[in-house]
Design a protein around this ligand. Structure first.
Ligand SMILES: Cc1cc2nc3c(=O)[nH]c(=O)nc-3n(C[C@H](O)[C@H](O)[C@H](O)COP(=O)(O)OP(=O)(O)OC[C@H]3O[C@@H](n4cnc5c(N)ncnc54)[C@H](O)[C@@H]3O)c2cc1C
Length: 412
């Protein structure tokens, strides 16, 4: 019996491959690069269980002119990319309709509520518990007006029962002494812990997968062969073909290229994001930190302090614009005045983004033995273990513990 082939060795594909192999399936994980070299390499390392609010909010269209004009703003649409982005963007705007918004919020909240159980089980199973920090995240505000502007975020946490604690600026500084006195208020999000090195997590998982008997194949998938029962083989760029018993497409922002070869289009875009890794920051932090009004995040990681965020809509091919990384560091220094910017590296990654913010996880609507796991957007690291658990249930014929309808591929 040919193996199940998982295409894409990012956090999503690797976690799925590991879980399937653990359940006794024979699995091959295929990637054109080494595991964890895509978006999963340099994300902000946050298990961001409170960040499931859909990106499209009522009235968001009014911000659009700013996105086109300011190359250093928190959201940037490269004007030359706008014509290609338009169909996705219209769906994005449609997702903010109040009737749809409530269902999308719930779809995210249902996943986030499971994240720690699934993640901690995975880390325990693989002996990687030390990678998860003990501390959560501080969301900081300079004044009441900034706090008020973030009220949607707090309201949604109340509605779905996620824990948080409102702190005065001084109490936030007791937790993180490096924080500027300009911060007048903060919200502690204790569940938003972080991973010491997201790239190493994927590499370690891929090693555990191989130790269980799983196989990794380096190659770029460029086509599929079909029979009556679905896909029978995948074709690789170097001319090889591999027979398959089933295929899981988890190629991150590139998954739509593969799904369109199967005549199953997915409205997948990429929200490009940047980080600067500061190896010698001169300060230490225990919590990660977001400053919503300035739209950046800071996370203490194994290799120093990581500063990142931003959304840039410019597709999969355009060269990085590292001005966007530099501006985030400037803002981080306003929050952390003693931060030294020494021994740095910059990185850009492609978040796989669906217009309604909810990932696709489930079977193909057209081929019997094809499954999709993509579109995890800003939360792929957060959702990794949960996606693996739910996808392995679906693929092995077990009833998943949550209703999977909101995540189906043919919802668009
Ligand atoms: C700046 C930034 C900060 C972020 N911060 C966070 C955070 O704090 N918390 C969080 O939860 N998420 C965060 N994210 C999002 C998260 O990183 C992504 O959602 C996640 O990494 C997506 O994982 P993936 O496995 O789907 O994709 P990827 O990691 O991109 O993996 C896809 C893989 O598919 C392979 N591939 C593509 N096409 C083919 C092909 N044809 N054949 C073979 N292989 C192929 C690629 O080589 C790649 O290895 C952030 C992202 C960015 C960019």
């Amino acid at each position: 019996m040919p193996s199940i082939v998982v295409v894409g060795a990012g956090i999503i594909g690797t976690a799925i491959a590991h879980e399937l192999q653990r359940r006794g399936q024979s699995v091959v994980l295929v990637d054109r690069s080494a595991p964890g070299e895509g978006a999963s390499y340099g994300n902000m390392a946050s298990i961001a269980i409170t960040e499931f609010m859909p990106a499209s909010r009522p009235g968001i269209w009014a911000q659009m002119p700013k996105w086109l004009i300011d190359p250093e703003g928190p959201v940037r649409v490269r004007p030359s990319y706008m014509p290609r982005l338009a169909p996705w963007f219209l769906r994005f705007l449609a997702a903010s309709r109040p009737s749809q918004l409530r269902a999308l919020e719930k779809a995210g909240a249902v996943l986030c509520a499971r994240v720690h159980d699934d993640l901690e089980a995975l880390l325990k199973e693989t002996g990687l518990q030390d990678m998860l920090s003990a501390e959560g995240c501080l969301s900081v505000y300079s004044d009441e007006a900034e706090f008020h502007a973030d009220r949607d975020h707090i309201e949604i946490l109340d509605r779905f029962g996620f824990r948080y604690e409102i702190l005065a600026g001084n109490s936030a500084r007791d937790l993180e002494p490096a924080l500027t006195t300009k911060i007048g208020k903060a919200v502690l999000l204790p569940g938003n812990r972080s991973i010491s090195d997201p790239h190493k997590l994927v590499v370690a998982l891929s090693e555990r997968f191989q130790a269980l008997g799983g196989h990794i194949e380096k190659g770029e998938v460029v086509g599929f062969e079909h029979g009556d029962g679905g896909v029978t083989a995948i074709r690789l760029k170097d001319g090889r073909r591999m027979e398959v018993g089933g295929v899981v497409l988890a190629a991150g922002a590139y998954t739509a290229r593969l799904s369109s070869m199967l005549k199953e289009p997915i409205p997948l875009e990429t929200e490009r994001g940047y980080h600067t890794q500061i190896m010698a920051p001169g300060i230490s932090m225990r919590h990660s930190m977001i400053w919503p009004a300035r739209a950046f995040m800071v996370t203490p990681t194994a290799g120093g302090i990581r500063v990142g965020g931003t959304v840039e809509m410019a597709g999969l091919e355009a060269a990085p614009d590292y001005r966007r990384a530099k501006v985030l560091v400037k803002r981080a220094r306003e929050a952390l005045p003693e931060l030294k910017v020494e021994q740095t590296s910059e990185w850009m990654g492609h978040r796989p983004a669906l217009p309604d913010t909810v990932p696709v996880m489930g079977p193909s609507a057209r081929r019997a033995n094809v499954w999709y796991a993509t579109g995890h957007g800003h939360l792929g690291l957060t959702y990794g273990a949960t996606t693996a658990r739910l996808m392995a249930d679906l693929i092995t014929g077990v009833n998943p513990p949550v209703d999977m309808k909101p995540y189906r591929v043919d919802r668009f």
